[in-house]
Design a protein. Structure first.
Length: 188
């Protein structure tokens, strides 16, 4: 799509794609310009603080996407197993069945961790809280539900790293299939 016809969300999605592949440090303005179809001066026009503005925009977009596709459905009324399946389906699609890296991991593990700590922490906190709510709604005591929620997010993020490292997205697929039993089993 010609740059003039792209929406801001399209531009941010293209920036997110670069950050997923390269992280903050590896995302040169040349590569970001090429990915978005915008010249460097146009990128600075839209993002005056350069890559930091781009990352903030990516994190805001990601937060909105996760809120709509994952956090809100996890907290909605309804059968916990069905709500969990909505999250699993959304996560599977977002990470392209384990073939896409996680932009959150790239930013948490890179040099930008401290610079973007607040929005990164907010996203992980929200995700963990939403899963905790789901698990408590399934009848698991809150303390155990919280541990299971943290483990679930850890398993998702870890499976993405391992799938990428082994070049085997089946790792991610298997983890997603095992998630319902791990989260919703009765507390012992």
């Amino acid at each position: 799509m010609p740059p003039a016809l792209q929406s801001r969300d399209d531009v941010i999605d293209r920036i997110m794609s670069v950050l997923r592949r390269t992280g903050y440090d590896g995302a040169s303005l040349t590569e970001l310009s090429k990915a978005t179809g915008l010249g460097k001066s146009s990128l600075y026009h839209h993002f005056p603080d350069g890559k930091d503005d781009m990352v903030r925009a990516v994190l805001e977009r990601l937060d909105a996407q996760l809120r709509a596709a994952v956090f809100t459905p996890l907290r909605a009324a309804g059968v916990p197993t069905q709500r969990l399946q909505v999250m699993i389906k959304a996560v599977d699609a977002f990470y392209r069945q384990g073939r896409e890296s996680c932009v959150l991991a790239q930013l948490v593990l890179g040099s930008t961790r401290d610079r973007f700590r607040e929005p990164l922490t907010a996203i992980f906190t929200e995700w963990t809280a939403a899963v905790t709510k789901l698990v408590t709604d399934a009848g698991v005591p809150k303390a155990i539900a919280r541990q299971r929620a943290e483990d679930a997010v850890l398993r998702i993020e870890g499976a993405l790293v391992l799938a990428g490292g082994l070049d085997d997205n089946g790792v991610f697929t298997r983890m997603l299939k095992s998630l319902p039993a791990a989260l919703l089993a009765p507390a012992s």
